[in-house]
Design a protein around this ligand. Structure first.
Ligand SMILES: Cc1ncc(COP(=O)(O)O)c(C=O)c1O
Length: 383
């Protein structure tokens, strides 16, 4: 069958899919590999969507997105970040994965280069390459709090560099860039005429906020493409709904790309998103607060384990410990962790070159399970 497969997919490797075989191997595996919230969507959101579906929101919607949702997004942006966003600057997408694919297909010509700060959400590479672009990894380091450094970015720039992807708070490291890093990125984007693609899907998971969107920095509204999603901020991963905020000329292109793929985001999910936005403070307080507690608990435990190093996360539900002085590589370590401790985690190298020697823990299990997982992890390093 291989001869029928498109050249670009003949040698693909997927690092992030759920390892169901590993889960079946032992009956007491604690799965710390899932980047999905373990909470079901708040009942009030489900009920609002159900009522709207029953009243007829079961059809194709407006190809740009439900106008009520777009209006709610503009209003929330103004209230939360003090910046006016016009309806023509917003496009509803069927998730930010889909949104990023639309953005790359809309912006990138074959051979264009896109900077990604490694370790990075590895799906970016596929989205860039699908558009014929080249993902250029700019390494970040734990000792710098996983923040990109100006000199590393300058060294990676070429005359084909068209865009850079900025993901803060960051999957997989849990890093969140301080104001000076955002300003440095904005200054470089303006000076080198780059589009900044801001993947801001964990905004409400910033532990020591407030969150500052890249497009609110001077000169950045014009050249930032912001990706937002209801997946993580609202415990709505399965609803597949998000949005892009960008210049109307770019929005028209991204809409064209998306209309050819899914036409629109699901109508019912867009109705759910309207209700979700109205509950955003409560959702953060009920659910996201618990992730903060879990992540900081796990960070305290890991900090006491000899043999592991850790950047203390400032956001998200991930931790990204480093294997200090371990002879094994991260993939071998994760395989051993599964066999010895029945813990499933993700090898750091799945997130790019700079992730080597690390592994990702997603604190997407209950506190009881997390305590048990940390006990098991500790024992591995005592042996
Ligand atoms: C940084 C980052 N961007 C995008 C996504 C995809 O989110 P969505 O569910 O909106 O497609 C994820 C999911 O884990 C992520 O961690």
């Amino acid at each position: 069958m291989k001869q029928y497969i498109a050249e670009r997919y003949r040698r693909f490797e997927s690092g992030l899919s759920l390892d169901t075989e590993a889960l079946r191997r032992y009956d007491d595996v604690i799965d710390l590999s899932i980047g999905d919230t373990d909470f079901t969507t708040d009942r009030r959101i489900i009920e609002a969507a159900f009522a709207d579906a029953a009243s007829g929101y079961t059809h194709y919607g407006d190809p740009k997105g439900d106008p009520e949702l777009i209006e709610a997004i503009c209003q929330a942006w103004q209230e939360d970040f003090g910046q006016a966003v016009r309806a023509e600057e917003v496009l509803i997408t069927a998730s930010s994965c889909m949104g990023m694919a639309q953005v790359m297909l809309g912006l990138i010509d074959p051979g264009d280069e896109v900077l990604v700060f490694s370790p990075y959400f590895s799906v970016y590479r596929q989205q860039i390459e699908l558009a014929g672009g080249k993902a250029v990894e700019v390494a970040t380091r734990q000792e710098n709090g996983w923040r990109p450094q100006r000199e590393d970015i300058l060294a990676a720039l070429t005359d084909r560099t068209k865009a850079l992807i900025v993901n803060t708070p960051s999957n997989p490291t849990g890093a969140a860039y301080p104001q000076e890093t955002l300003e440095m990125l904005a200054e470089l984007a303006c000076r080198h005429d780059l589009i900044a693609v801001a993947d801001e899907i964990y905004t409400r998971y910033l532990f020591d906020g407030p969150f500052v969107p890249l497009r609110t920095l001077p000169g950045m509204a014009e050249r930032t493409v912001t990706l937002n999603s209801f997946s993580k901020n609202f415990m709505m991963t399965g609803w597949r709904v998000g949005c892009i905020i960008a210049h109307p000329d770019l929005i028209r292109v991204f809409q064209h790309v998306g209309n050819g793929m899914t036409y629109t985001a699901p109508s019912i999910s867009q109705r759910a998103a309207i209700r979700a936005l109205s509950l955003r403070e409560e959702i953060a307080d009920i659910y996201i607060r618990q992730y903060r507690e879990r992540v900081l608990y796990a960070a305290d435990r890991i900090a006491r384990i000899h043999g592991l190093s850790l950047y203390r996360p400032r956001g998200t539900f991930y931790l990204f410990p480093g294997l200090e002085g371990q002879k094994t590589d991260d993939k071998a370590f994760c395989a051993r962790l599964l066999d010895c401790a029945h813990l499933l985690v993700t090898p750091g190298s799945a997130f790019g070159q700079a992730g080597r020697g690390h592994f990702r823990i997603a604190a997407t299990v209950s506190m009881d399970k997390l305590i048990e997982a940390m006990d098991r992890l500790e024992r591995v390093f005592e042996d």
